[in-house]
Write a protein that binds this ligand. Structure first.
Ligand code: C2E
Ligand code: CA
Ligand code: CA
Ligand code: CA
Length: 281
């Protein structure tokens, strides 16, 4: 038994070393990925649950790795965040998303009020010049501010809630829309919810996916929706995979929905097709 323990220890150490090497490799490759234009954005439609029309998309990053193919953010975002590389990547995401949607608008592919949602990481939110960067990107791309929605997680805004209020106010003044992502999974305080100048709550997919198996989830989602509407905020449910979840959310008066049932995140060309089909319906 003693020997087995020792083996476990070496296996553990070996795993740790492997993980550290992997992290360094990812870091080195990430540094080059921006220069080599290896990142791409995928777009997942967000629909109005009342008429099922597409009202916007969430931009989701993918890494088109020369050897590994399309890599999902779960595999590299944390390294980007820990190393600070996320700041440059995040700026690229904002610029790419804004310029793509502005092109859609100019080409008549997108409606004038189509909204693009972009995820803002913890580091990016903490940056002193975030507000200036957002304003500059909007100016450069000519995208009107009301077409851009920033998704910031509950955990990130609650780290320093009073500083977040200040920052969110500045962002709000610039005209962009603000959404609290992964709502219900972190710590949030009802009093801060009232002080944040936000437009929307995004119900975390963990609740949505339990809707049709766990009655408690229905009550949680109902409470979130009522809370949001009471504060005159819109609610989006993410991770809708079944008709049953969709119908439940509709009956709970959730405003918008997003999930594999409607569409997976798709490349730009497919998003364009989506809008063309949507228009002809
Ligand atoms: P998130 O912001 O909560 O995004 C939702 C995730 O759920 C996306 O995963 C999306 O593809 C996935 N999803 C959507 N519908 C369904 C569904 O019906 N079922 C299931 N199982 N999943 C669904 P993805 O694209 O892998 O992104 C994961 C996370 O990576 C995001 O979570 C976000 O935190 C982060 N991320 C993605 N793109 C960016 C980015 O451009 N910048 C930053 N900072 N983070 C990003
Ligand atoms: Ca998000
Ligand atoms: Ca989310
Ligand atoms: Ca999430």
């Amino acid at each position: 038994a003693k020997n087995a323990g020792k083996d476990d220890y070496f296996v553990f150490k070996d795993k740790m070393r492997k993980r550290a090497v992997e992290k360094m490799t990812v870091e080195t490759e990430l540094r080059l990925a921006l220069e080599r234009s290896e990142f791409v954005l995928y777009y997942q439609p967000i629909v109005d649950l009342k008429n099922r029309s597409v009202t916007g998309f969430e931009a989701l990053i993918r890494w088109n790795h020369p050897r590994r193919g399309l890599v999902s953010p779960g595999e590299f975002i944390h390294v980007a965040e820990e190393t600070g590389l996320i700041v440059g990547i995040g700026e690229w995401v904002l610029h790419e998303a804004a310029s793509t949607v502005q092109r859609w608008r100019e080409d008549g592919v997108a409606d004038n009020d189509l909204v693009i949602s972009v995820n803002i990481s913890a580091r990016q939110f903490g940056e002193r010049n975030l507000v200036d960067n957002v304003s500059r990107i909007l100016k450069d791309t000519k995208l009107p501010p009301h077409c851009l929605k920033l998704e910031i997680t509950e955990t990130v805004v609650m780290v320093d809630a009073s500083d977040s209020v200040r920052k969110l106010n500045l962002l709000k003044e610039s005209g962009v829309l603000l959404s609290i992502d992964d709502f219900g999974t972190g710590y949030s305080s009802m009093s801060y919810l009232q002080r944040f100048p936000i437009d929307q709550l995004k119900v975390d997919l963990s609740f949505v996916q339990r809707l049709d198996v766990d009655p408690a989830s229905i009550e949680i989602v109902r409470a979130i929706i009522n809370l949001a509407h009471g504060l005159r905020l819109e609610v989006v449910a993410e991770g809708i995979e079944t008709e049953q979840q969709l119908n439940l959310l509709y009956s709970l008066q959730c405003d918008y929905g997003q999930g594999y049932l409607i569409s997976r995140p798709v490349p730009q060309e497919d998003a364009e097709l989506f809008m063309k089909i949507n228009k002809s319906l």
